[in-house]
Design a protein around this ligand. Structure first.
Ligand code: SF4
Ligand code: SF4
Length: 471
């Protein structure tokens, strides 16, 4: 990717470069040193806090919603059942979960080709948590300069007090996040009970792990999550092209940079865009994969330009094509590919949900003998019928036979099955003498007796007519 944004001294865009304030080589990522992030205000930061509030509201409220007498959203891992409002996804329907995940992933890929890393900057839980933690940190320790001074100062009672207070507040926030997250998988009453009576239960371990990770991530790991383990950040080069929206520095306007009065270019080299960057990079070095598109540098640079009475947008949301003066192209290979897969996956999920019956019929042939010949010459085959009620209320079901001149014994009466329960019956299919020897295909059909408009479920089976008579 070459452009006017590309700085020949710092190499091509998307090649990892050590963030400023970070050592070039080292352990976890680049032998990371703490990044002190200056507070910034501006239009995009207000937009971000609105999206953060939206995320937190949805994330907190979803586990509290009820649907009838159960939770509206619950991922019951031990029972391998997912509750999504009126839908219950059963283990045999996990293809739906796979399709949903594919739909979500491709949807994000599609959006990324259009609008770059808006997800990272505005809605990713990692971003939301890190920003909340940084806000508390500023409240306790002050802004960037005070934090730097405190960090460099020797340990004292005041420094220890701030350290303890900051970590205690973070721990409370991490516990709240952990509680909410785990309550997507465990009924809240069970979670509260596990917390009130501490023991090493699976619920308690999950709560401690999520809360501990949140504390570590939001307080200490921070931007490294985006730079190292997060695969999304690593795939940016595949998803983004010249037409994707991204935060970029307009080098034509800004270079040669220099203090006010020393250059006619717009960048006064105040370095504020570096000081506010949560990943510690200098956007003036060109596009870098560490940029999460948070627009903090846009807001701060706009405020500098406004004070200098110069046009804003020296750093702005743009695309490489726009910077070259080329028109925006929405339809291109990547958008068609990712958009097409997203549409297909969405259509598949919608069709599957629409045509999905609320009852599953499982037919297992009798294991002891393939067939019996009754004293009157009729042939009998045995089957175990299993009915699973996938609906969220109980129903009566009736079984019938098609495709063969036979009867079911005992004659099938409507069977009531409670929501989520399985009813199992052993039945015989009896056909009159005269059928040819061998297998005869037929179908079992189950209809919901108390819901005449519900779709019938049809399951194929076979009936065997023996050569030798088995009594
Ligand atoms: S904030 Fe703007 S003016 Fe200041 S260094 Fe960054 S690009 Fe240059
Ligand atoms: S370069 Fe700008 S947009 Fe990118 S992460 Fe840093 S502050 Fe945010």
């Amino acid at each position: 990717m070459t452009s006017k944004l590309h700085d020949p001294e710092t190499g091509p865009a998307w090649v990892p470069k050590p963030p400023s304030g970070v050592q070039a080589e080292g352990t976890m990522t680049y032998g990371r040193e703490r990044i002190f992030v200056k507070r910034v205000k501006g239009y995009f930061q207000r937009m971000r806090w609105l999206t953060f509030a939206f995320f937190l509201t949805v994330f907190t409220l979803l586990p509290l919603l009820t649907w009838g007498d159960r939770r509206a959203i619950l991922f019951d891992i031990p029972a391998r059942k997912f509750y999504l409002f009126n839908i219950i996804v059963w283990p045999q329907e996990f293809y739906l979960v796979t399709a949903l995940l594919l739909m979500g992933a491709m949807g994000i890929f599609f959006l990324t080709t259009l609008v770059g890393r808006l997800w990272c900057g505005y809605l990713c839980p990692q971003t939301v948590v890190t920003n909340l933690f940084m806000t508390v940190e500023r409240w306790v320790e002050g802004d960037r300069l005070q934090q730097q001074k405190l960090s460099a100062a020797p340990w004292s009672a005041a420094k220890t007090g701030k350290f303890v207070l900051k970590n205690a507040l973070w721990a409370v926030m991490a516990a709240a996040f952990g509680f909410t997250f785990v309550s997507y998988f465990v009924p809240q009453s069970e979670l509260i009970s596990a917390l009130m009576h501490p023991s090493l239960s699976a619920t308690m371990i999950a709560f401690l792990m999520v809360s501990g990770f949140t504390l570590f991530d939001g307080g200490y790991f921070r931007e490294q999550m985006c730079l190292v383990p997060c695969p999304y950040g690593r795939f940016q080069g595949v998803m983004i092209d010249d037409n994707s929206l991204m935060v970029a520095y307009d080098a034509q306007r800004g270079e040669p940079r220099g203090f006010k009065g020393t250059t006619t270019a717009d960048c006064v080299d105040c370095t504020l865009c570096v000081q506010v960057c949560p990943t510690g990079i200098d956007i003036r070095n060109g596009l870098q994969y560490e940029c999460i598109g948070c627009a903090a540098c846009v807001d701060v640079c706009n405020s500098v330009m406004t004070k200098l009475d110069r046009p804003t947008g020296l750093i702005r949301y743009t695309s490489l094509s726009a910077l070259k003066g080329l028109p925006f192209q929405a339809v291109r290979g990547r958008t068609v590919l990712y958009g097409g897969i997203t549409l297909l996956a969405t259509g598949f999920v919608a069709y599957s949900l629409y045509t999905r019956p609320d009852v599953a019929l499982d037919v297992i042939r009798g294991r002891q003998a393939l067939a019996y010949t009754l004293p009157d010459g009729r042939i009998s085959n045995m089957y175990t019928i299993k009915l699973l009620n996938k609906d969220d209320e109980g129903h009566s079901y009736t079984l019938s036979l098609q495709g063969i001149p036979g009867t079911i014994e005992p004659p099938p009466a409507p069977v009531f099955v409670s929501s989520g329960e399985v009813a199992s019956r052993t039945v015989s299919v009896i056909v009159p003498p005269g059928l040819s020897v061998g297998s005869h295909p037929f179908t079992f059909t189950v209809v919901t007796a108390d819901e005449p408009h519900a779709r019938p479920v049809i399951t194929p089976s076979t009936l065997f007519v023996p050569l030798a008579q088995t009594r």
